[in-house]
Design a protein around this ligand. Structure first.
Ligand SMILES: *[C@@H]1O[C@H](CO)[C@@H](O)[C@H](O)[C@H]1NC(C)=O
Ligand SMILES: *[C@@H]1O[C@H](CO)[C@@H](O)[C@H](O)[C@H]1NC(C)=O
Ligand SMILES: *[C@@H]1O[C@H](CO)[C@@H](O)[C@H](O)[C@H]1NC(C)=O
Ligand SMILES: *[C@@H]1O[C@H](CO)[C@@H](O)[C@H](O)[C@H]1NC(C)=O
Ligand SMILES: *[C@@H]1O[C@H](CO)[C@@H](O)[C@H](O)[C@H]1NC(C)=O
Ligand SMILES: *[C@@H]1O[C@H](CO)[C@@H](O)[C@H](O)[C@H]1NC(C)=O
Ligand SMILES: *[C@@H]1O[C@H](CO)[C@@H](O)[C@H](O)[C@H]1NC(C)=O
Length: 787
């Protein structure tokens, strides 16, 4: 990607342009002054004349100039529109981002180089103890374990697309870090006192978004905005910080997943402005050139769009072509089905789960009943007094009307509030504190099930789940003068029902490719402690480091865990493709929780594959998966054709690979993409499908694997051959999985199970989803449908 200074349409355009000017005369003044940012996709091959145009950007500039509306009054009305060419992309897409009017777009549609103009779009961010929880630390990890075998990711570069970063934060200290590898071509725009061997890259991409806040200084430095980027970066590759804590809780040594990896922060999101699509593309365009090994992307779009218009899918494809692993957030729109974002099969789509840590605060009712909740701020020596318990007197229960939170109602009392209404929990706490309340019991919403997200409140609080709230309210009704005490128990580890899929974590099936199970995998994403720029809540931090760490939840938090783990695997196995790394993570993921029972949802039921994906990441096992399902970038091309994408769309995605024609490619059905999970539809005669797969031996040279299938009785699954004998490393063996309804047609249902390839050393697990019907209507047209 190259940024141009100003392309002044007036000057460049005049010579080239007379014919089209004449053509547009009838519409030239419609939309006067209305310039908008568009992503303009151009036809390939772009065999621009290199004698005339020295660079791709000068060629793009000439294309743009050929349609620029030269009406003077337009530029007078919108002088900023002179800077028309915003980005000229080199890698991620064959095209450019420009500020143009609708008329100019209309002019472009007549040009032979024009493919598509996509109007501007905004994406959004989806919002330390975890290394121990997933087995990265401890003597075993250091002596022969994950951190030992990967040297903690030393020399790997993780690129993070996010909002800003708090350079100088202790998590980004360079202690123990060597210099970046010679291949690194990026730059760090902070001064030399904060850029170091840990934070080797830091840039801000705002050229497209800047039109949204004209008049304000350009955000040239990627400074922290909402603490999000600091949190995700330190989760992926934060250095060791002894004594890290948040509000005095969770004391321990904080570290990212790959504490010796380097970080490059690409700011593409800005407070209140979101993340501009064309800035995201620009950052990815540069990142793939600058030499990152892993991209960590905790942003996305709620309305998952088709891959040819989505910056993460477009940039992600270019990334994997260059061997860069891309870890993305599944989204926070769960638990409703089909809410998953970042669904392209070349991306790792990460769901979020709970961790086994709780900051326990018990509400002890006057009746003696104890209800366990959580509190981040746990005041020392808080008396175990029974306080009078009151509700939101006169309000709707949410304590959202400040006028009702009067001294005479609340002073010296514990006030019970439902989450919701038009105040945040922190604001309610603040008003109650002002009115002299002894404390607050905050009841979570029903959909959050067993999950509490404790916040740093200014007064003593217990946050309890919805079901406990019902018990508490029943008790309050049962007596004239209800009372309760708050008992703080500090940080408690070892909750046996962990991990559990977070209620907010977006669920499959995937709208854009229903034949691929998404999300792929689950990582820790509830109440994650990681670095932040400064105090985030209202309560005064009990110690200076407490202000530097905070709790956040979201698939934004789970994706960087997987980014760091990918860097560890890549360090240990430098030759593995992004698909091989993904396969290693997915086929070794855990499906059982601490009780050795199936991982649950927020409501305690067994989590389905659309919530959990292949399972909860197990980095120790992922280092040595035995077999991998490998895919090259080229393998996705016939797959895209099979999905129903036009040649233009396919070619936009696979750019800068040479263009293809789908008609000339072998057809690859979704089910047959060599993916580490299997989705099959038994929606038509003969209610049977053959699914082909190939596995590569990355374990011992000589190995024998036997197939073991676990499936409900409604479905019959056979594997041919059912034994795979490998003679050497990197040998590839094909097999076919035949899936049919056990009694002919399957009844309307979705069945879940798994195929395991078992050797004495490894269990290679592949989740299987079988549905009696398609989840969505297919959009393959007759041109492309080739079954
Ligand atoms: C501008 O042009 C579009 C079609 O290009 C038309 O639909 C619209 O009504 C026009 N607006 C005005 C104000 O003339
Ligand atoms: C890895 O483990 C081996 C064997 O215990 C040990 O000799 C080596 O020092 C460890 N390396 C690191 C980086 O901890
Ligand atoms: C470097 O930047 C940091 C943070 O922006 C600032 O505190 C410091 O004064 C700067 N140092 C120099 C030498 O400019
Ligand atoms: C960083 O974030 C904190 C908290 O949001 C804010 O107080 C501070 O001003 C921010 N710093 C910069 C340089 O934007
Ligand atoms: C396929 O259909 C879905 C749902 O109707 C839509 O969101 C998606 O963009 C379509 N994909 C293509 C390639 O047309
Ligand atoms: C929201 O706030 C307004 C005024 O601040 C208040 O009138 C209204 O009742 C509040 N809504 C709820 C649900 O409490
Ligand atoms: C699956 O493959 C077997 C063996 O090649 C073949 O006999 C059978 O017809 C195939 N079934 C389907 C549904 O394609």
């Amino acid at each position: 990607m190259a940024r141009l200074g100003a392309l002044i349409c007036l000057r460049v355009a005049i010579v080239v342009l007379l014919p089209s000017l004449l053509a547009t005369v009838s519409v030239a003044h419609n939309d006067t002054g209305v310039h908008k940012n568009y992503l303009i996709i151009v036809r390939k091959p772009y065999e621009y004349d290199q004698n005339v145009y020295k660079t791709v950007s000068s060629w793009h500039a000439s294309l743009l100039a050929s349609v620029c509306d030269t009406a003077k009054e337009e530029l007078a009305a919108d002088p900023g529109a002179e800077t028309r060419l915003i980005y000229s992309y080199r890698n991620v897409v064959n095209g450019f981002c420009a500020r143009v009017t609708r008329d100019e777009v209309f002019e472009m549609t007549k040009k032979d180089w024009f493919v598509k103009a996509i109007p501007e779009k905004t994406y959004k961010l989806m919002t330390t103890y975890t290394p121990q929880m997933i087995g990265l630390t401890g003597p075993a990890a250091l002596h022969g374990g994950v951190w030992n075998r990967s040297n903690m990711g030393e020399g790997m570069i993780i690129g993070v697309l996010d909002d800003g970063i708090a350079a100088g934060h202790p998590s980004f200290d360079a202690a123990g870090m060597g210099p970046p590898p010679a291949k690194w071509k990026g730059r760090c725009d902070f001064n030399s006192s904060v850029c170091n061997n840990k934070l080797i890259g830091a840039r801000s991409f705002y050229e497209s978004a800047r039109w949204k806040w004209r008049g304000i200084d350009d955000p040239v430095l990627p400074v922290n905005e909402t603490a999000h980027g600091t949190h995700t970066s330190s989760t992926a590759a934060g250095n060791f910080v002894p004594g890290a804590n948040t509000m005095g809780n969770g004391i321990g040594t904080a570290a990212g997943m790959a504490p010796r990896a380097h970080l490059a922060l690409y700011q593409v999101c800005f407070q209140d402005k979101g993340c501009d699509r064309d800035d995201i593309l620009a950052a990815m365009d540069d990142a793939v050139d600058e030499g990152v090994d892993v991209l960590s992307i905790s942003l996305g779009d709620d309305e998952a769009g088709e891959f040819a218009g989505d910056p993460v899918a477009l940039g992600g494809y270019t990334a994997i072509m260059k061997g860069v692993f891309v870890s993305t957030s599944a989204g926070n729109n769960g638990p409703n089905p089909s809410t998953v974002s970042n669904e392209a099969p070349w991306l790792l789509t990460v769901a979020a789960s709970t961790t086994d840590r709780k900051f326990v605060a018990t509400v002890k009712l006057g009746s003696g009943v104890e209800l366990d909740g959580e509190a981040l701020y746990q005041p020392p020596n808080f008396p175990s007094t029974q306080w009078p318990l009151v509700g939101d007197t006169g309000g709707d229960g949410t304590c959202s009307d400040e006028r009702l939170l009067k001294k005479e109602h609340v002073a010296g009392k514990l006030v019970v509030c439902d989450q919701g209404g038009n105040l945040t929990g922190l604001e309610k706490g603040s008003f109650l504190h002002k009115a002299g309340a002894a404390g607050m019991v905050l009841i979570g919403p029903e959909f959050m099930g067993s999950v509490v997200q404790p916040k740093p409140h200014i007064l003593p609080v217990a946050q309890i789940v919805y079901s406990s709230g019902k018990k508490l309210k029943a008790y309050m009704k049962s007596t004239k003068s209800p009372t309760a005490a708050l008992i703080y128990q500090g940080t408690v580890f070892g909750n046996p029902m962990t991990p559990a899929v977070a209620p907010f974590s977006s669920r499959g099936p995937s709208k854009q490719n229903q034949g691929i199970l998404k999300p792929d995998i689950t990582g820790p994403g509830v109440n994650i402690i990681a670095g932040v720029p400064g105090p985030q809540g209202l309560a005064t931090p009990p110690n200076p480091l407490a202000a530097k760490f905070d709790i956040m939840s979201g698939t934004s938090m789970s994706a960087p865990h997987l980014s760091g783990i990918a860097a560890l695997i890549k360090k240990a196995h430098p030759k593995w493709s992004p698909a091989a790394i993904k396969s290693a993570m997915m086929t070794t993921a855990d499906t059982m929780d601490r009780r050795r029972k199936p991982i649950t949802d927020q409501d305690g039921h067994k989590a389905d594959l659309f919530g959990l994906g292949a399972g909860f990441v197990n980095p120790t096992k992922a280092m040595n998966p035995g077999l991998v399902y490998d895919l090259s970038a080229a393998d996705y091309v016939p797959y895209l054709c099979g999905l129903g994408y036009s040649d233009h769309e396919v070619n936009s995605i696979i750019h800068p690979s040479p263009p293809v024609s789908c008609k000339r490619l072998p057809a690859v059905d979704q089910k047959d993409l060599n993916y580490p999970s299997i989705t099959a539809f038994l929606d038509r005669e003969p209610y049977a499908v053959n699914v082909s797969r190939a596995v590569t031996n990355v374990g011992r040279g000589k190995a024998v694997y036997a197939a073991k299938v676990e499936m409900p009785r409604t479905v019959s699954v056979t594997v041919t051959p059912d034994t795979l004998k490998f003679k050497k490393l990197n040998q590839v063996k094909k097999f076919t999985v035949t899936i049919r309804g056990a009694n002919g047609r399957m009844k309307d249902d979705v069945a879940e199970g798994q195929l395991k390839w078992v050797s004495p050393d490894n269990v290679v697990r592949t989740p299987i989803v079988v549905s009696s019907k398609k989840f969505f209507k297919d959009n393959t047209t007759s041109d492309h449908a080739r079954h």
